[in-house]
Design a protein around this ligand. Structure first.
Ligand code: MG
Length: 382
């Protein structure tokens, strides 16, 4: 059977690499729908190559040029957030690849879960913001959520065949990013251009900044808690600069299982699509002889307070992770635009969390309101 995919964020880093997997396995995967925020030229080129049924653009002002550019093809062209929330529910779709950036991924992911689509989840903000609602819905609608994030794919792969076994600890690895060895003094003056030079991974701009500040790792701790049902106290972050061990699970007998490989997102993407099978690939292999050594360090919470803020948000619970995410989206963009210093990002997130209204048992509406209020608060602190 050919699996029909809906790719949310098809023009981004995960989206384009998902299409590479589709290109390699046209007999297994077909593109039913692609959605992008505003990269219209890339979206048009993808539509011309993959001939999806539906092409969707989030930015409604780009609807007409997109429609006109595809007028000679039998493709439905839609626009806007409501259209994206609808496209994911279309009956022919088997798998929704959720690879939009940030909070915008929440609503379509919820709609896809309710429609019973298998979710290949790359948008970690969805679980950071509303992990409890997402997990409850996935249980209620019997919807599988397969992780695409490399660390969570590694944990997932380590857990295959271990259903009966208790997890003692999750060992979540982090590259440490471009400022791993910087002093606080050096970090004070780094720019977005410095932060965008990630040593090991090629990623989109937002997540690359989150990696440099280690907020990405904080989010991944929260993501792991929800995906694997492990309390955050049992999730240990290890800085592993070689990015070869993608994460590991320690069981109650002391055994540690890990997944290793070259840092290449196509592998976890392909595994999420092919699970429980493994498909052959020509992706680069990790050469263990060339590597010589694999090293592991404790993360430094003084230089990377975002990691501590993420644990704090989870300890407080309720809408706090949502507030954490909203404040981070504001400062991340401000830093890229030169409106905020690197270290100032953590200060503003911290202050936003301190001043935000706490809601212990948020509904979906509460999340929407908390997100908007935290954004306003963080903006006012810039
Ligand atoms: Mg990751």
């Amino acid at each position: 059977m050919v699996k029909q995919l809906c790719i949310l964020g098809s023009t981004g880093s995960i989206g384009t690499q998902t299409l590479e997997v589709v290109r390699a396995y046209p007999d297994r995967y077909s593109v039913y729908a692609i959605c992008a925020h505003r990269s219209i030229d890339k979206l048009i080129a993808q539509a011309r190559e993959f001939h999806p049924e539906v092409v969707c653009i989030a930015d409604e002002s780009l609807y007409e040029p997109l429609r006109d550019a595809l007028a000679d093809l039998p493709i439905k062209v839609w626009a806007g957030a409501d259209a994206i929330a609808e496209v994911v529910t279309m009956p022919s779709i088997h798998v929704v690849v959720a690879a939009m950036v940030g909070y915008a991924g929440l609503r379509p992911t919820i709609e896809a879960i309710k429609a019973g689509k298998t979710i290949a989840l790359a948008n970690k903000e969805t679980l950071v913001v509303a992990g409890e609602i997402i997990c409850d819905l996935a249980t209620q609608f019997h919807t599988p959520i397969l992780p695409v994030d490399s660390e969570h794919s590694a944990i997932f792969q380590s857990l295959v065949g271990e259903d009966q076994c208790e997890i003692e600890k999750i060992l979540l690895t982090a590259s440490g990013g471009p400022f791993r060895t910087f002093t606080l003094e050096q970090m004070r003056s780094v720019t977005a251009a410095d932060a965008l030079k990630h040593p090991n991974w090629e990623m989109g701009a937002k997540i690359t900044i989150d990696s440099a500040s280690m907020m990405n790792k904080g989010f991944e701790v929260i993501e792991a808690k929800w995906l694997f049902g492990v309390p955050v106290e049992k999730i240990q972050v290890l800085v592993h600069p070689q990015s070869i061990v993608h994460s590991a699970v320690q069981f109650t007998d002391g055994a540690i299982k890990a997944q290793l490989g070259a840092p290449d997102m196509r592998l976890p993407i392909q595994y999420a699509l092919s699970f429980p099978e493994r498909l052959a690939s020509d992706f680069p292999r990790a050469d263990l002889f060339a590597l010589q050594s694999l090293t592991f360090e404790q993360p430094d919470l003084k230089r990377f307070p975002n990691l501590a803020l993420a644990y704090e948000a989870m300890r407080r619970g309720g809408n706090m992770p949502c507030v954490l995410n909203a404040a981070n989206e504001v400062v991340n963009l401000a830093f890229r635009q030169g409106r905020c210093g690197f270290l100032q990002m953590s200060d503003i997130i911290n202050e936003t969390m301190a001043k935000a209204n706490f809601i212990a048992k948020p509904t979906y509406e509460d999340y929407v309101n908390s997100d908007a209020a935290a954004r306003r608060l963080a903006e006012s602190l810039l």
